[in-house]
Design a protein around this ligand. Sequence first.
Ligand code: ZN
Length: 120
Amino acid sequence: MTAKKTTNSKQSFAGDRIIRSEGAMIAGIMEGSPDAVGVAVIRLDCGCRKMAAVAEDGEPASKVIIYRDGAESVCDKCKEDNGTFPRVTKAFIDWQETELTDSQKKDIELKVLGNQPPVQ
Ligand SMILES: [Zn+2]
């Protein structure tokens, strides 16, 4: 099989079947969300992830995307419960806007992520 190789890292979300890494997803979300200062990343115990761009005021700057690495759809569990909170293993914000102060970041984190699950 001769797959076209391209070094262009830009990928469209529409219909691509390329294995998407977390980093590529974050870059894609940022690209589509001009108001975003970062991307909230929520990892679930099943291996799926939820992500959403976050604006400076702590409001969502994109819709929530749920996906699974290397798969075209999320797992059956997530289809059922849509990645419910008790299954969150890690939640954080990947900051893209570095001009924010630590306290601004803290405020946004609290607003977006709420109570974080205990770090193991
Ligand atoms: Zn899942």
